[in-house]
Design a protein. Structure first.
Length: 257
């Protein structure tokens, strides 16, 4: 097939117009490799090779732009899912060889980012990386290199924020909710326990909160039950909210309401 026209397209492509008016967008790499600016005729076999090599380069350069932000191998596979597997494998191998794609660096970078810029704990970070088909041993090695005091600093900041913003819960219920929240963030139980065992709870307003919660519950249920059953239900509800059982009984049983 004869090449009848060459048109420069962007910084690294040429559009070749063939004798049958077929247009072929070819990367500069192949223009040089196949000497296409001088060579005027392409036999079917050479044309097939050029198209195949061009697809590889298309995939490679497309992925190179995608790697502007750090990515791992599974990200690349997902990004290139519409390409033939051999093209994807070629792209991954080339990018890895050239240093653009490095799963170990991705793991390390992701962990450092999450440690410094998020509330995520050990297990949340671990499972995110594991679900990207990254090496579990390497993930654990990097995570286990992080000192306990770094995790504890993160936990303590979260705990202090929760303590300062609490206007609703009893101390016991607050601690229970904080513990649950920290577990959902992926922190390890032993570190959560260390942090919670060392906090100083403000008990000065605990009785006031108990009285307020009692009044709310009383007004909610007073018309539904007779007095003895009402008191039993109110004590149970206050206990569920984390108040000391004896204090809950005293407030309910000594009330003039």
């Amino acid at each position: 097939m004869q090449i009848i026209k060459y048109t420069k397209k962007g910084s690294n492509k040429y559009e070749l117009t063939l004798k049958d008016n077929t247009k072929l967008l070819v990367y500069t790499d192949l223009i040089l490799e196949y000497n296409l600016l001088i060579r005027k005729n392409l036999d079917p076999n050479t044309l097939k090779k050029i198209k195949s090599a061009n697809l590889k380069l298309e995939c490679y350069y497309k992925t190179l732009k995608y790697l502007k932000n750090t990515k791992c191998t599974s990200d690349i596979k997902n990004y290139l899912k519409d390409y033939p597997s051999n093209i994807v494998d070629y792209t991954i191998k080339r990018l890895t060889k050239e240093g653009y794609l490095n799963d170990n660096n991705y793991i390390k970078s992701y962990i450092n980012t999450k440690i410094n810029l998020s509330n995520d704990g050990y297990y949340k970070i671990y499972y995110y990386l594991k679900n990207k088909d990254l090496d579990e041993t390497i993930i654990k090695n990097y995570l286990n290199d992080i000192e306990d005091n770094i995790w504890l600093d993160k936990i303590n900041k979260i705990v202090n924020t929760k303590l300062k913003s609490n206007t609703k819960y009893s101390n016991n219920l607050l601690i229970s909710k904080i513990k649950t929240y920290l577990k959902t963030l992926g922190y390890q139980d032993y570190l959560i326990n260390i942090a919670l065992d060392n906090i100083n709870l403000d008990t000065s307003k605990e009785d006031e909160k108990l009285e307020k919660d009692y009044l709310k519950l009383f007004n909610k249920y007073k018309n539904k039950y007779e007095k003895n059953k009402l008191n039993y239900i109110l004590i149970g509800k206050l206990y569920q909210k984390g108040y000391d059982l004896d204090k809950a009984k005293r407030v309910v049983e000594t009330s003039n309401l």
